[in-house]
Design a protein around this ligand. Structure first.
Ligand SMILES: Nc1ncnc2c1ncn2[C@@H]1O[C@H](COP(=O)(O)OP(=O)(O)OP(=O)(O)O)[C@@H](O)[C@H]1O
Length: 299
């Protein structure tokens, strides 16, 4: 290769023509997704649009009805047993409900992320090699929870539990991190913190991230690229920079349009009321509510 030849992109995820049917439900329809190493991609879409199903295919948790799913150079649906486990060990997965073992300590939960490299199950902290315990403590430090290492996982807040889940994923030293609505159960402040942490870790480690989210503002400020799904189809795939919220909302289709229409009607009514108010004598009664409450409304 001479100096002027650009380096070939290192594509770590390459999905083409992916269709997934569950009985009569088409969860994904001819979906495509190409992600280069180090990219941070957000999947957006209404509930049921196929985000989780797409993520699950990347980790071999679902098998396609048709189409191709290549991850880290391997055709995922063809992998089984040891080869599938080997691929999965290179992919971290973070879920909405954290999926921690509540009765275990934080440190043990993090250590379970290394089970793939250990033979057989482990019972108790003593059963893990010291080397792994030190690594786990390092990851807990990275997510700001070193002081909670010996506390039961279920005594932590939601945001803290998700940070433990991130530390657990890091035990695999993954190349790709998949996150399925990782902040859907968290309050806005914890959501921001957790997402900032994921981004920081991804940038430091050169991780590729594909993350489904519901919050459009967060997605736009957090992701490098936005992929929009509607009824299982990819309807938007574009850099986040310069993308407006209105453009993103188009992927929500009818619901967004309906919401926008309702908001426009409400604005018109408020304007009309404002004008009527201004014209009315000063002692006039307060305006009636726009919509009378309860089943007894008369108009
Ligand atoms: N195991 C399954 N069996 C039957 N139908 C399924 C299964 N998994 C997903 N579906 C259906 O596939 C469609 C896509 O679901 P999916 O969970 O991928 O959507 P989503 O965008 O992740 O939704 P949410 O934001 O609510 O998590 C939905 O209609 C869902 O009901």
């Amino acid at each position: 290769m001479n100096e002027t030849t650009p380096a070939a992109p290192d594509v770590v995820i390459d999905v083409e023509g992916l269709t997934k049917e569950f009985g009569s439900t088409v969860a994904l329809r001819d979906a495509a997704l190409r992600v280069e190493r180090g990219e941070i991609v957000v999947l957006l879409g209404l509930s049921g649009s196929g985000k989780s199903t797409l993520l699950r295919h990347l980790d071999g948790l679902d098998t396609p009805t048709s189409g191709s799913v290549r991850v880290l150079g391997q055709e995922v649906p063809r992998l089984q047993g040891r080869r599938l486990r080997a691929l999965r060990s290179r992919i971290g997965f973070v879920f909405q409900q954290f999926e921690l073992v509540p009765s275990l300590t934080v440190l043990e939960n993090v250590l379970t992320g290394a089970l793939a490299e250990l033979r057989g199950p482990r019972l108790g902290l003593w059963s893990y090699p010291k080397r792994l315990k030190l690594t786990a403590l390092g990851h807990l430090d990275r997510v700001g929870l070193l002081d909670r290492a010996y506390q039961r996982a279920d005594t932590l807040s939601g945001g803290q539990q998700q940070r433990v889940a991130i530390a657990r994923a890091l035990m695999q030293d993954p190349e790709i991190l998949l996150a399925d609505e990782p902040v859907a159960s968290l309050d806005p402040e914890s959501s921001e913190q957790v997402m900032a942490l994921i981004r920081e870790i991804a940038m430091d480690a050169g991780l590729t991230v594909v993350c489904s989210l519901h919050q459009v503002d967060l997605a736009l400020s957090w992701g490098d690229r936005i992929v929009g799904l509607r009824h299982g189809e990819v309807v938007l795939d574009t850099p986040a920079e310069g993308l407006s919220k209105a453009e993103v909302m188009e992927i929500y289709g009818r619901v967004a349009t309906a919401t926008a229409e309702l908001e426009a009607i409400e604005r018109e009514l408020v304007d009309e009321l404002g004008a009527a108010d201004a014209a009315a004598p000063e002692h006039s009664a307060a305006p009636e509510p726009l919509v009378a409450a309860g089943p007894n409304r008369t108009r």
